[in-house]
Design a protein around this ligand. Structure first.
Ligand SMILES: NC(=O)c1ccc[n+]([C@@H]2O[C@H](COP(=O)([O-])OP(=O)(O)OC[C@H]3O[C@@H](n4cnc5c(N)ncnc54)[C@H](OP(=O)(O)O)[C@@H]3O)[C@@H](O)[C@H]2O)c1
Length: 189
């Protein structure tokens, strides 16, 4: 990460989502088979090994998610390991995994006062509602959008809320052998 990409406080909030070609992040029935490898091979694409993926995940200091994403992640078997995770919710929840804490309140306070002093590489992993709110409040430093090679036709739109136009700068594009494409954008300051 270059100094120019870093927030003045040193923290970096990275929004990461996977979208279909038609801009959906979840099907109505919440099934996730569309996120799996379609089986086709894009010859010019790259692939990453499980070791490389595991090493990359270790660079993430903290995950942030909305309560509906949390519920779905629990159903799927919790893909976030023991990395600290903050679940944004207005509800009371029974104690969960040690690495999980619940937060209710102002999102700027969450980022600036609760997360920034403890974490640098903060990954916002959904869902549509919470990501939309983070974008509205200008709390996202980088967007990583992975496009899956599928049209869903219906489902939950990428970002919730009523966003105003925002300009972002393309920083990187990675095409994978499995047909997924990862687009990275930085906030234009
Ligand atoms: N394709 C992908 O990359 C991807 C990634 C993540 C999730 N998903 C999918 O997206 C769906 C969930 O997304 P979603 O948009 O429905 O829900 P979400 O953003 O995960 O969670 C919404 C909930 O978060 C809490 N919340 C959000 N903003 C808040 C705020 N400002 N203050 C306090 N609490 C706030 C509220 O919880 P309470 O109601 O508890 O108060 C709200 O109901 C799931 O189907 C999931 O599988 C897909």
């Amino acid at each position: 990460m270059s100094l120019s990409e870093m927030h003045p406080t040193g923290r970096k909030v990275i929004l990461h989502m996977v979208s279909s070609l038609d801009g959906y992040i979840a099907k109505k029935d919440n099934s996730v088979s569309w996120l799996e490898n379609a089986g086709t091979v894009y010859e010019d694409g790259v692939s990453i090994s499980e070791e490389e993926a595991a090493a990359f995940v270790k660079t993430i200091d903290c995950y942030v998610m909305g309560s509906r994403t949390y519920e779905h992640a629990l159903e799927l078997g919790w893909p976030y390991g023991d990395t600290p995770a903050v679940v944004v919710t207005g509800r009371k929840w029974p104690p969960s995994r040690k690495s999980v804490e619940f937060y209710s309140g102002d999102l700027k306070t969450l980022v600036d006062l609760k997360l920034a002093p403890r974490f640098r590489n903060i990954w916002l992993v959904g869902g549509a509602m919470l990501c939309g709110r983070f974008l509205e409040l200008g709390l996202v430093d980088e967007i990583i959008l992975t496009i899956a090679p599928v049209v869903l036709g219906e489902g939950l739109r990428l970002f919730g809320g009523s966003l105003q136009q925002q300009a972002w700068s393309l920083k990187n594009v990675v095409a994978y052998k499995n047909g997924f494409v990862e687009l990275s954008y930085a906030e234009r300051r």
